[in-house]
Ligand binder design. Structure first.
Ligand code: MTE
Ligand code: CO
Length: 439
């Protein structure tokens, strides 16, 4: 079965590996400003959708103002505007051996705020996404407990609910970039992350219902999918903030995200957030299953792998400009990005225009929540010069996101997981933006 390891590595400066990326590039090249002979039209155009059709512009009255619109029966479940049809999850075909055990990526470049809409949350399945009737789903809790119990979904929903915002990042996010710039788009370099408002019940509540014996120090959590995903989780983390979610962004979980029940392990690597959760065993030691030994451990230069690197350290990415969001005008600009830390809240984000020599502080948008995406903005002027753009996140404990060179000094380049190095975007005088590796 395929894992999160990218194959094969493409060693070039900034390559668009899939036909979809190429399509993207061609599409934006064809769009608005490009028609004028380059991405940056003479005099600059405000944005890609500015051109418009003269017959629909003032003083003319467009057809949508003259005729009735769609009825309330047209969309029992609403969909995005057809004009936003390019904003979708995308995958990279060569990355995994099969389409079921595979990954797609969140289109970060197109998002605002901190909440990722349900239909755009990246997916990572090891055995495809099963369709489970909620009435046939059970959660079994057993092992070192006073009462081994089997819960129905109705049982779980009868506990007092809570709602919480958290990011989930796959440990393999950016895993393709260890040996240099590979994928030309922030959807691909950083899109194995999403942020959702979950509703459900704290795991602690359910564990207390069963009564964990004093010897119970570890949990084995297991999914009901064909991959039978299992991970070991220390009891302290389970009692601190692990969570059983049945809803996301106000509606029941999507099939792809674990319907009808998923585990949240806030701030820790996405692999532990077992979807379609069916079993929790309480034990006195970790199980050392596949996903915490041969996978999801960090291989160092000397061939040794680090054991249990669960926390996702502080990280950030500039989503606009980015390869998918080239510069469309000179002068005043608003840069947009996202930062997150698995340890807590983001404290500060800095922006560099010269590859990390000088830094200025970005503006954090509210809300700034722990273990959650944080939106940042930065206002600046661009006059057509070459820019090596970087963002650097710092969390509330003073941890600073490292430059890639500092990260690889310690970790080497054999690793796949936990790449939180600083991203560099090269802004060319044409306005095109590229993924590059400095130094
Ligand atoms: N849980 C089950 N049961 N099966 C899986 O394949 N994939 C894991 C985790 N939980 C997986 C799973 C991995 S590697 C990640 S990164 C996250 O789910 C992805 O969650 P998402 O698909 O909601 O983005
Ligand atoms: Co993952």
């Amino acid at each position: 079965m395929a894992d999160d390891r990218p194959k094969p590595f493409r060693r070039s400066r900034a390559v668009a590996p899939s036909s979809q990326v190429e399509l993207n590039r061609r599409q934006f090249l064809r769009g608005g400003a490009a028609a004028a002979g380059g991405i940056l039209a003479a005099g600059g155009v405000p944005n890609a959708i500015a051109a418009g059709r003269a017959e629909n512009l003032p003083p003319n009255v467009p057809p949508w103002s003259k005729f009735l619109g769609a009825s309330v029966d047209a969309h029992p479940y609403g969909m995005p505007s057809p004009h936003e049809k390019e904003v979708v999850r995308r995958s990279v075909e060569w990355l995994t051996a099969t389409r079921e055990s595979s990954i797609n990526f969140t289109p970060l470049y197109a998002l605002d705020g901190i909440v990722v809409p349900n239909g755009l949350c990246f997916e990572r399945h090891h055995g495809g996404a099963p369709e489970i009737p909620p009435e046939d789903h059970r959660l079994m809790v057993h092992g070192l407990v006073d009462d081994a119990l089997i819960f129905t979904m109705n049982d779980l929903m009868a506990f007092p609910p809570e709602s919480r915002f958290y990011f989930l990042e796959c440990a393999a996010n950016g895993g393709m970039e260890w040996r240099g710039a590979q994928l030309n788009g922030c959807q691909y370099t950083h899109g194995m992350v999403h942020c959702v408002q979950y509703t459900g019940v704290p795991l602690k509540t359910v564990l207390q219902e069963c009564g964990v014996k004093p010897k119970g120090k570890w949990l084995l959590v297991e999914g009901a999918d064909s991959a039978g995903m299992t991970r070991s989780i220390p009891i302290d983390k389970a009692m601190e903030d692990c969570f059983l979610a049945y809803s996301m962004n106000g509606e029941r979980l999507r099939t792809e995200q674990g319907y009808p029940l998923r585990l949240l392990v806030p701030g820790w690597e996405g692999n532990m957030w077992v979807k379609w959760l069916r079993r929790i065993e309480v034990g006195d030691q970790p199980w050392y299953h596949r996903e915490e030994t041969s996978k999801y451990t960090d291989l160092l230069e000397d061939g040794k792998a680090r054991e249990f690197t669960w926390v996702m350290d502080a990280k950030s990415v500039i989503t606009n400009p980015s390869p998918e969001m080239p510069m469309r005008r000179k002068g005043r600009q608003v840069l947009k990005g996202l930062a997150w830390s698995g340890r807590g809240a983001i404290k500060r984000v800095d922006i560099s225009m010269d590859g990390g020599r000088n830094w200025k502080t970005a503006r954090l948008d509210n809300p700034v929540l722990a273990k959650c995406l944080t939106r940042f903005y930065f206002e600046w002027d661009w006059n057509g010069e070459t820019v090596y753009l970087q963002s650097r996140a710092m969390d509330e404990f003073g941890y600073v996101q490292p430059q890639v060179q500092d990260l690889t000094k310690v970790r080497g380049v054999n690793s796949v997981y936990h790449n939180n190095g600083i991203q560099t975007w090269l802004i060319n005088p044409t306005g095109e933006v590229e993924n590059v590796r400095l130094g």
